[in-house]
Design a protein around this ligand. Structure first.
Ligand SMILES: [Zn+2]
Ligand SMILES: [Zn+2]
Length: 381
């Protein structure tokens, strides 16, 4: 798994200016952003590569190091007093790092922010949070504003997010010796992980803030108003940028993802923008014709039933479905399906009239349908 040249990844030449690098990154990041390519592993991989490249090239100091030492500049081994880079050991053990079954990849991510931990000057990006909200089909049809209450890590007021009590400075992390990584030895293999004490920053606080225990952040209740657009479907996800956990050490905040769930409706089934409803009509109405009231999300409408309407006949009521999420002026339709109601019991008068009807229908008609004949015979008994 040879690492790609960062300049090549961003499609710029080695003398590119900062603004050219930024421009190239933005263009590619938009194109390959996971939100734009859901489920596309290649795009996700590409996005990570672009981000990793930009992380280095946007910073003049890191870019300089990269120009001199290439990818080795960021493996942390140069400051090791032992003169042995555990990372290289790891690579040797796996013949270049390709067969690590994800091990190599995840370490790489730890370095460059893919795993949630970023480098020293950037701080740590806050976690993304996920909440869900339940709405009715009626609310989904017209859109709704929902206030969501949730817990998130916010910057500590006492120390303004620094994690240090007043006047306290930073000291080198004693766990990792300032490297930001610790190695675990397993025989000949040495595996590097982000240092748990300093979270990869390489420094710790001399006198931690008492309010937040040196974390610079505190879990606290928060609320956010979310506009749920008309036409939203069950399982749609909205994103509120920057409303996730606050970052640590000056890192950016994560995002808040809101999963929308739509309660099942007692009257309507939904398929994308169309709605479906069963209407129960008396067999006499189906036979003679007439009109019925059909419920819609905007009140009842009158539907004309032609004489001789059969069971399971579907009527389309135009534009009474859901608005389209992307074009709310475009509406789906409501499909009303007839269920014919056969009375389970008859009064004496009803029975006489039906017998008369059966007689009027004539013997020949009755024989045309065995089922109907049996029913008619029972009526004659
Ligand atoms: Zn450390
Ligand atoms: Zn604090």
């Amino acid at each position: 798994m040879p690492e790609k040249d960062y300049y090549e990844t961003l499609g710029v030449n080695r003398s590119a200016s900062d603004s050219e690098i930024k421009k190239a990154y933005r263009k590619l990041a938009v194109k390959f952003h996971p939100d734009k390519n859901p489920g596309d592993k290649n795009a996700e991989e590409k996005f990570k590569e672009i981000s990793a490249a930009f992380e280095i090239l946007k910073d003049p100091e890191k870019r300089n190091q990269y120009d001199q030492f290439g990818h080795d500049a960021f493996r942390g081994g140069r400051s090791s007093s032992q003169g042995v880079d555990p990372f290289d050991l790891f690579k040797d053990a796996f013949g270049g790092g390709g067969g690590g079954g994800g091990g190599f990849g995840s370490i790489f991510e730890d370095f460059f922010g893919g795993g949630g931990t970023s480098n020293q000057s950037e701080g740590t990006r806050g976690s993304d949070l996920r909440v869900s909200v339940e709405i009715t089909l009626e609310q989904a049809a017209i859109g709704v504003e929902k206030e969501i209450k949730y817990q998130r890590q916010t910057s500590c007021d006492s120390c303004s997010g620094s994690g240090a009590s007043e006047g306290s400075g930073k000291i080198m992390c004693s766990t990792c010796g300032g490297i930001g990584q610790v190695a675990t030895n397993q025989g000949f293999i040495s595996i590097r992980r982000t240092c748990p004490t300093c979270q990869g920053s390489g420094v710790t606080i001399e006198n931690p803030c008492k309010a937040c225990g040196g974390q610079g952040r505190l879990k606290s209740p928060d609320k956010v108003k979310v506009q749920i657009p008309p036409g939203v479907s069950d399982g749609n996800r909205l994103c509120s940028r920057g409303r996730g956990d606050a970052g640590a050490m000056g890192g950016t905040s994560g995002d808040l993802y809101v999963d929308v769930h739509i309660k099942e409706h007692s009257k309507f089934d939904r398929d994308e923008d169309d709605l479906f409803h069963d209407i129960l009509i008396p067999f006499t109405l189906a036979t003679l014709g007439g009109a019925v009231q059909v419920p819609t999300l905007q009140g009842k409408v009158t539907l004309k039933i032609p004489s001789g309407t059969q069971a399971n006949k579907t009527f389309r009521i135009k534009d009474k479905g859901m608005p389209n999420l992307r074009a709310p002026n475009r509406k789906g339709d409501l499909y009303a399906r007839t269920i014919i109601h056969i009375p389970p019991k008859l009064t004496k008068l009803q029975r006489e009239k039906l017998v008369e009807f059966a007689k009027a229908s004539g013997e020949e008609d009755l024989q045309a349908d065995e089922g109907f004949l049996d029913k008619a015979k029972r009526l004659f008994d």
